[in-house]
Design a protein around this ligand. Structure first.
Ligand code: PRX
Length: 645
């Protein structure tokens, strides 16, 4: 790893113990929680599970048959019941569940009683459309409360939701619908993003031209409703709700029944449908939200992630609602209409716990201190970071300028696959080091190992034993599940992340060691981008890599060999960028494309991406002795330097 940001990370020496005022009020104050959990991990999780509602108690806490885990076996429960009914029963129906602000500035809020009612009615609508326990429903929605309503309604009736981020293209949506064999799609006539309307319904129409399993589409009216509706297939949200009663029994689901599928990028061209189930995921989200975000009755919690990603699933919807907290949702972009939109929201809603991504923090830094300084951020008491390593400079800025020097920062490491946070400070006890996610959550056995699986100061991050929210598989592909996560180092979960431990045992995450890229916090695979490029009729071969980028973490650079007779013109470059955006979504549009007569390959024909990265980042070329033809890479380097300066 030679990124300047990572070098800075490894030289970081500053420490920040929790302020006394924070420590005194924290949910967790005793260091002994770590030893207690280590002594009996199952008991640790059972205690949290017992705080939740079970229609039928579990018989066995964990059934572990590597790589298959079952948690709370024999227990019956329901996430929607635990997020809603449980609070109503305890007389907390008037508490605000969701505060929402649309990008144009419109506002809504729902109490727990109101949210319960909406969910019951929508769950009844789903049932009357023939959606049953075990079915899959794709949700392709803007960030509106109805997205949370739809998720909780699916959970209520035992149908698995598959949320597809609104930034994905029609083709990407179609692939995900088909892989999950969804019966129903829930969407909207549009959603706001930086002042423009995302044409969600039009994308659904295009996707459904090749999605035979879908029988119906429910459309939420966010805009003016001027979208074509297909008779016999499409139904407005309001129409679907008409006549639906506001009571709807929650299915008593087996702990291991599927709660949701969420597609994420791996190291091949095909996204993986990560499977999460009910009981364990529920307990993991509940526990980590309670302890890491230190939630209290009066808190206003804002996780700025889109619900289209796992962070939104676990920490916009399920974690906060399981805890009976108030969760804030914002529909749009952080710089609309101006770069202080987030700070205005914090000021307006008196947000007390704020959770965002390093890529956003670095953009805020660039937009200037005057924006946050012009707003009252005194309601904040705790900050969080997720999605990528946070460079110490951004950490210090976040701490000083946003947190006023008084708020601890929880740098939380986890993945779509892990379901909930696995490595993070506990804000009332952990001494923070900027750039380090610090220590595994109690009950989590994380380690750093070398290629042979031996403990090592730096190497791969692995998890040694199962945890409640872990993925249960890749939808429809058990073999791939075993291979990707449990075979690289036999017997342990392979995260795909590089990591280093310091003398205090702190974990310093160093980014991916595989072909997964983070671009502005979005997870993409280089193979997916390459498949999209070679899908273009003019392209013979392509290699995509990530180049270090100050704000986005990675910029996408694609090296492309065109078919003979096709010219590498600026028009072709624009066309290829557009092609990738159409195949995957605008998030995957390459930043740079370089046409190459040939790509550097080993004698066995493998493209040497490492050398392409050296070229893109302007480094001296690494070892070229294994190349079939070393002149290719040298001429490519000269060409790149000529073009990009
Ligand atoms: O590389 C790690 C990075 O994000 C990857 C997981 O991405 P995704 O499944 O999209 O989930 C993101 C939100 C949980 C990890 O393999 N990552 C996530 N959090 C951190 C991180 N890297 C360093 N520090 C973190 N706090």
């Amino acid at each position: 790893m030679t990124h300047p940001a990572i070098e800075a990370l490894l030289k970081e020496e500053r420490v920040f113990p929790p302020p006394d005022s924070f420590r005194r009020q924290a949910n967790v104050r005793e260091e002994s929680v770590y030893e207690e959990a280590a002594k009996d991990r199952l008991k640790f999780w059972e205690k949290f599970a017992a705080e939740l509602h079970w229609f039928k108690p579990w018989k066995q806490t964990l059934d572990w048959n590597l790589p298959h885990a079952k948690w709370f076996v024999g227990g019956r429960t329901n996430l929607s019941f635990n997020c809603l009914d449980r609070h109503l029963i305890r007389g907390r129906g008037d508490k605000k569940a969701i505060l929402w602000e649309g990008e144009p500035g419109d506002q809504r809020s729902l109490t727990y009683a109101e949210l319960h009612r909406e969910v019951a009615r929508f769950a009844n609508a789903l049932r009357s459309l023939g959606i049953r326990r075990g079915d899959r429903v794709t949700l392709y929605m803007p960030m509106v409360p109805e997205l949370a309503v739809a998720m909780l309604s699916c959970a209520r009736i035992g149908a698995a939701h598959s949320v597809v981020f609104g930034g994905f293209s029609a083709e990407a949506l179609r692939d995900r619908i088909n892989d999950s064999q969804s019966k129903l799609v829930v969407t909207a006539d549009g959603g706001w993003r930086r002042g423009s309307v995302i044409p969600l319904k039009a994308n659904v129409d295009e996707a459904l031209s090749g999605a035979p399993t879908v029988e119906g589409v429910i459309v939420f009216k966010r805009m003016d409703g001027k979208v074509p509706m297909k008779g016999g297939r499409d139904l407005w949200w309001e129409e679907a709700l008409k006549g639906q009663g506001d009571s709807s029994p929650a299915e008593e689901l087996e702990s291991e029944e599927m709660l949701y599928l969420l597609y994420t990028s791996g190291t091949t061209g095909k996204p993986k449908g990560i499977v999460h189930t009910t009981g364990g995921y529920m307990v993991g989200c509940y526990a980590t939200t309670k302890w890491i975000f230190d939630l209290k009755e009066e808190d206003c919690f804002w996780c700025s992630a889109d619900i289209g990603w796992v962070t939104g699933h676990s920490y916009v919807v399920y974690g906060p609602l399981l805890n009976g907290a108030t969760t804030l949702m914002y529909e749009g972009a952080p710089d609309h209409p101006e770069g202080d939109r987030f700070w205005k929201i914090i000021e307006k809603y008196r947000v007390s716990v704020f959770y965002t991504a390093p890529t956003a923090i670095r953009a805020f830094m660039k937009w200037g201190d005057q924006l946050p300084k012009g707003r009252d951020l005194s309601s904040l008491r705790l900050l969080g970071s997720v999605g990528e390593p946070i460079n110490p400079e951004a950490w210090i800025w976040y701490h000083e300028i946003i947190g006023g020097g008084r708020c601890p920062i929880v740098d939380t490491w986890w993945q779509t696959e892990t379901g909930h946070i696995l490595i993070s400070p506990l804000p009332g006890i952990t001494t923070l080091k900027p750039g380090s996610a610090t220590r595994p959550f109690p009950g989590i056995e994380a380690e750093v190992v070398n290629d042979q699986g031996e403990l090592s100061e730096s190497g791969y991050l692995v998890i040694r034993s199962p945890w409640p929210g872990m993925l249960r598989g890749i939808y429809g592909d058990p073999k791939r599940y075993q291979e990707i996560y449990w075979s690289r180092i036999p017997g342990v979960y392979f995260t795909g992340d590089g990591c280093k431990r310091d003398r205090d045992g702190y974990f310093w995450l160093l980014g991916r060691v595989d072909d997964v890229l983070k671009v502005s916090g979005h997870r993409l695979s280089t193979m997916e981008i390459e498949s999209a490029l070679v899908d273009h009729p003019g392209v013979a071969e392509a290699a995509a890599i990530g180049k270090h980028h100050e704000i986005k973490e990675n910029a996408i650079v694609a090296f492309v060999t065109l078919k003979s007779g096709v010219a590498g013109s600026p028009q072709m470059e624009a066309e290829l960028k557009e092609h990738v955006a159409k195949k995957i979504g605008a998030i995957a549009r390459p930043d740079h494309i370089l046409f190459a007569a040939e790509l550097p390959k080993t004698r066995s024909g493998k493209i040497m991406r490492r050398l392409l990265r050296d070229i893109a980042e302007g480094r001296v070329l690494g070892d070229t002795t294994t190349l079939a033809d070393a002149t290719i890479v040298q001429s490519l380097k000269e060409k790149y330097e000529d073009k990009e300066g």
